[in-house]
Design a protein around this ligand. Structure first.
Ligand code: GLU
Length: 547
């Protein structure tokens, strides 16, 4: 077969050679050991928590080695592409603190190795494909959908491996005349890779996460260019990662099954292979069983969830790091204040079998992160969140910044800061009783107390409240109110003979707390009252006296 002639027949418009491409994209000049990684999503408009898991790994490996982290858009499947898919990817990741050094940007490219959208690289792929044809390593296949379906049916009936191989690879050795005949009729073709692999050949392969794995050779003549000349994932992966100088391919472990084909492609194309890091799936517990986090069932599968719920970026990063590297938590305990970038990230500490994602744990991490922020910072983050998600609350916050910051300062600072906020979306509820427009009583005083006793206590408080006293004097007054109204001022004494009293000083505080905040639980009541101010405190206490 005259393969040169075949190459011209199939791709007459391609005049470039691989050498031209190699010259167009010279090897990167980077410090020794620098890693080049890429995040390579399809622009489907949806990013999964697993994508973030991969993107963080890419980012850390590149940036802890003085390397480059770039964004490549894998848009070869038009059916999976949504119009603003790229914008969604860039913006969603940026909101989670993932920023690229190079690659696709919303309206173009940044960097010397573009275009970074695969749909714009047809000439590059076809240049290499044409070379494979010249070398007898690729050939056209004119099978129709029906023909392929009937091959599949036969394989199923005879319990054979599915795929285009051996006797089923009907165009593999077709004479050039037959090919020309089809071409003359304008029949579309796909380009297939001529596999020399054999299922009986197995060898070892080193994955940077999984360690040494067994690989069985591929014997299927997979498609490398579709009938429109656009490559499949496999071919684009080999060509792009070679030309763009990727040193480490971090991708989901579901790609392991096609790794044997990728190994063949790199070899056939004469490319040096990158290192592979196949990441484990992100799992969750569901009724005690581990399963994959699912886009369909779990809202936390979508990356947009974290931003819309108002998780601080630092918390998501921090938590994800505990999932990514098994020694991160230990490091964090030893270095509570250190910036996360100082942690020595490594693929050696990544899970091989699956990473269990636990939303409760993320919430705890988030509470810790928020507890360490200043009131002013909490205000700014909450306001930014509210501007996007709850404009009414944003307006309230902005109407009196100083007041809001005073509220958020309660229990902040010091050795044991309060840890009751996990999400920016929770702040409104946390603060609501400080604002008359948001105030609502959610708890009421238990019915076991006599209404007259409650009123007597509240009235006594209203008559004796002095907003200018120190906390100790304020509490001494609460005790005095308790005593005057038949409630025990001392908890020890009360526990010794509860039957002698209507209740204790704790009950008196509870009446006041519910009167003033509408809740059983609140931050320190003395602080709360000082911030609310005399007028509001008394108005709320008095409103309970009316019933
Ligand atoms: N486009 C592929 C995906 O979205 C990328 C896999 C890879 O990183 O190589 O799954």
């Amino acid at each position: 077969m005259d393969t040169n002639r075949l190459a011209e027949l199939l791709y007459p418009n391609i005049t470039t050679l691989p050498a031209d491409m190699e010259a167009r994209y010279p090897a990167r000049v980077l410090p020794e050991g620098a890693k080049v990684t890429r995040f390579a999503p399809s622009p489907t408009g949806f990013l999964h928590i697993g994508n973030l898991y991969g993107a963080f790994t890419d980012e850390r490996l590149a940036h802890t080695s003085g390397g480059i982290f770039y964004l490549r858009i894998e848009d070869t499947d038009a059916k999976r592409t949504v119009p603003n898919g790229i914008q969604i990817i860039i913006e969603t990741l940026a909101k989670l603190g993932v920023v690229f050094d190079e690659g696709a940007v919303i309206d173009g490219d940044k960097g010397d190795y573009g275009p970074y959208r695969q749909s714009e690289r047809a000439e590059i792929y076809q240049t290499y494909a044409k070379q494979l044809i010249r070398e007898g390593k690729a050939y056209p296949c004119f099978c129709t959908e029906e023909e392929l379906a009937s091959i599949r049916e036969r394989q199923e009936a005879e319990k054979l491996n599915p795929g285009y191989y051996g006797e089923f690879a009907v165009w593999r050795d077709a004479p050039i005349e037959k090919i020309e005949e089809k071409l003359n009729l304008g029949i579309p073709f796909v380009l297939r890779f001529r596999s020399e692999g054999n299922l009986n050949n197995k060898h070892k392969f080193r994955d940077e996460i999984k360690g040494e794995i067994d690989v069985t050779e591929n014997d299927i003549d997979h498609v490398i260019l579709k009938s429109d000349g656009i490559p499949t994932y496999h071919f684009a992966h080999a060509v792009d990662d070679h030309l763009m100088g990727t040193t480490h391919v971090i991708r989901d472990e579901s790609w392991l099954s096609t790794l044997p084909f990728h190994i063949q492609l790199f070899k056939a194309l004469g490319f040096k292979m990158p290192k592979y890091c196949h990441t484990a799936q992100v799992l969750k517990l569901d009724n005690g069983n581990k399963r994959k986090i699912s886009k369909r069932k779990d809202p936390e599968a979508a990356l947009t969830y974290y931003h819309s719920q108002g998780y601080p970026v630092a918390a998501v990063r921090e938590y994800l790091m505990t999932l990514l590297n098994s020694n991160f938590e230990e490091w964090r305990l030893a270095n509570p204040e250190a910036p996360i970038e100082e942690f020595k990230f490594t693929t050696k500490k990544m899970s091989v079998s699956g990473s269990l994602f636990d939303l409760d744990k993320l919430n705890d991490v988030s509470k810790n992160v928020i507890s360490r922020l200043t009131a002013e910072e909490v205000y700014e983050y909450t306001l930014a969140w509210a501007k996007e998600n709850d404009i009414e609350f944003a307006n309230i916050l902005e109407s009196d910044k100083e007041y809001a910051v005073r509220i958020l300062a309660i229990g902040r600072g010091g050795k044991k800061p309060r840890k009751d906020i996990a999400l920016w979306s929770e702040v409104k509820n946390y603060m609501s009783f400080f604002y008359d427009s948001l105030f609502a009583r959610t708890d009421s005083i238990p019915e076991s107390f006599e209404s007259d006793d409650i009123k007597a206590v509240l009235k006594d408080f209203a008559d004796t409240y002095d907003e200018n006293v120190e906390q100790n004097d304020w509490f001494a007054n609460i005790k005095a109110i308790a005593e005057r109204n038949g409630f025990c001022p001392d908890m020890k004494q009360y526990k010794a003979s509860p039957e002698s009293y209507k209740g204790s000083v704790a009950d008196v505080s509870m009446f006041l707390r519910i009167a003033v905040t509408g809740r059983m639980n609140s931050p320190d009541l003395y602080e709360v009252m000082r911030i609310l101010g005399r007028e509001r405190v008394l108005a709320r206490v008095n409103s309970l006296l009316l019933f």
